[in-house]
Write a protein that binds this ligand. Structure first.
Ligand code: COA
Ligand code: ZN
Length: 315
């Protein structure tokens, strides 16, 4: 395993989108804006602010316009949003979204469940949206769901994944996110698929997106780094999941990943202590415990007072 040697890893915070879309209680718009404004000060490369989806499909993010319009934009941070179709793209454009994060699934069954379209129908819409984005000078990344497995179909063939990447790249996608939607990925699989994608498209920025459903989020992140991936989605507190993917649970937690990377000598621009603080505010906002571990245990060098010494029992 390699030392980080100061290598920079770019981090996209997805708690406001992937995280909040899965919360049962609606988070008021003011609180969403305050959360994103606080995150903006922490040093992220990118923040996924919301999604321009149907309010019936994702009621938790029905206030997408208000949130995107009201956040304070920190220079240097890219404010992206998830977009499922042409209507979503028009809405995102109208409120000056910096980047489109288009979405489709490598699995036909998941695409139908999540987007109510076949993959071909999604692709046709996304190709139009990519052309629209190019005309407007907005980058169009595509998040490809279920590339490491589908909770309904099982294995998703790497050949199929490569075929969709080929088609999306040919349509003009400016980046591809390889999404492990329900935590089915394992390290050797991650390394093989990431290496294959990077070899085929050396100039295309790929992002890793891992859910921690089976506790492999950290090790999959490392496997992707070793294969050459340099940017990742992750979620403060480890919240998140796709409501239309059975068995989904949270993303790998930002504070857990950043703590690991910092220990290994990678740079992220983020401070573990500041993330722990932000996660504690998020927990108060959501009113339930969060799955992340470092925010509970603290930094590995956190010093504890020794327990009070007990007099040795007389023999
Ligand atoms: N934003 C807001 N409203 C939208 C919309 C969008 N992007 N796309 C469609 N709608 C509206 C239509 O205007 C229509 O409204 P009406 O009932 O008032 O006439 C209604 O939604 C149905 O439109 P239709 O085109 O038939 O969409 P659908 O019901 O088949 O839903 C999606 C398709 C893609 C919009 C919906 O499945 C969706 O938003 N999915 C996102 C899922 C998601 O975010 N999952 C988690 C992330 S992986
Ligand atoms: Zn996700």
């Amino acid at each position: 395993m390699n030392d980080g040697n100061g290598l920079h890893i770019a981090i996209n915070e997805v708690a406001p989108r992937d995280g909040l879309q899965m919360e049962c209680a609606f988070v008021p718009t003011d609180d969403k804006v305050a959360l994103i404004d606080a995150l903006s000060a922490l040093g992220y490369a990118k923040i996924e602010v919301t999604s321009f989806t149907s309010a019936k499909a994702i009621p938790a993010l029905k206030d997408a316009e208000a949130v995107m319009q009201r956040i304070r934009r920190m220079p240097g941070v890219v404010y992206t949003a998830l977009i499922p179709n042409g209507r979503g793209a028009e809405r995102a454009l109208a409120c000056r979204t910096d980047e489109f994060n288009l979405v489709m699934s490598a699995s036909e069954t998941h695409n139908l469940a999540n987007l109510r379209m076949t993959r071909e129908q999604s692709f046709a819409q996304l190709a139009e949206v990519i052309a629209l984005a190019r005309g407007a000078g907005v980058p169009a990344n595509v998040s490809l769901s279920c590339v490491f497995g589908c909770p309904m179909e099982g294995e998703v063939a790497a050949e199929d994944v490569m075929r969709w990447i080929d088609r999306l790249a040919a349509a003009g996608a400016t980046g591809i996110t390889l999404c492990d939607t329900t935590g089915m990925a394992y390290p050797t699989q991650v390394q093989a698929l990431c290496a294959r994608a990077l070899q085929r498209f050396p100039g295309l920025p790929f992002t890793g997106h891992f859910h921690n459903t089976r506790a492999m989020g950290l090790v999959n992140t490392l496997a992707a780094i070793e294969a050459g991936i340099r940017q990742f989605d992750m979620s403060l507190g480890g919240i998140g999941g796709c409501p239309y993917a059975p068995g989904a649970s949270g993303n790998v937690a930002t504070e857990d990943v950043v703590h690991m990377l910092e220990c290994m000598g990678y740079r992220t621009g983020l401070s573990v202590d500041a993330l722990i603080d932000a996660a504690s505010h998020l927990q108060q906002l959501l009113g339930h415990a969060l799955p992340a571990q470092v925010s509970r245990a603290g930094h590995r060098l956190r010093r504890h007072a020794p327990p009070p010494s007990q007099p040795r029992a007389a023999a």
